[in-house]
Design a protein around this ligand. Sequence first.
Ligand SMILES: [Zn+2]
Length: 170
Amino acid sequence: MPEPLNPALAEARFCPRCGREAEVRYPRSIRCPHCGYGAYYNPKPVACAIPVDADGRIVLLRRGFDPGKGRWTFPGGFVDLGESVEEAARREVGEELRMAVELGALVGVYSRDDDHVVLIVYAARALGEPALTAEAVEVRAFAPRELPWDDLAFWSTAVALRDFTREAGS
Ligand SMILES: [Zn+2]
């Protein structure tokens, strides 16, 4: 069964502030006509980088956790309050691959009405060598024509890599 779009709101009926019956507009909002409480839900931004090494190969990792466990993608993760999207992209690469990157151009923004995240994907230059972590159980640098198209973690992984390799002219 697919993950519900907004698990936090799926079973909600009552106002979290005053406890009375609230108006739930799943998956978007909950509002309370009694006390004025309101909460609005948006897709979460996920910052990603496609690191390219000195030989022009694309560094991907095999995910250690669900969703997408065991399949290939580029590093990325949720943007936290208190950091920019670019900072989040660099931080995520550091956490997942123990590697620094220099961010380049924006590759694209990837969003769909049945997905609860919005991917913001940057091209990046790898600075140093990637390492394995709990989040990256295998790491490999792929030539653009050798990318593992049949074994990618998410729809957005495939579309972003297609955009990226097309822009790179390979
Ligand atoms: Zn209320």
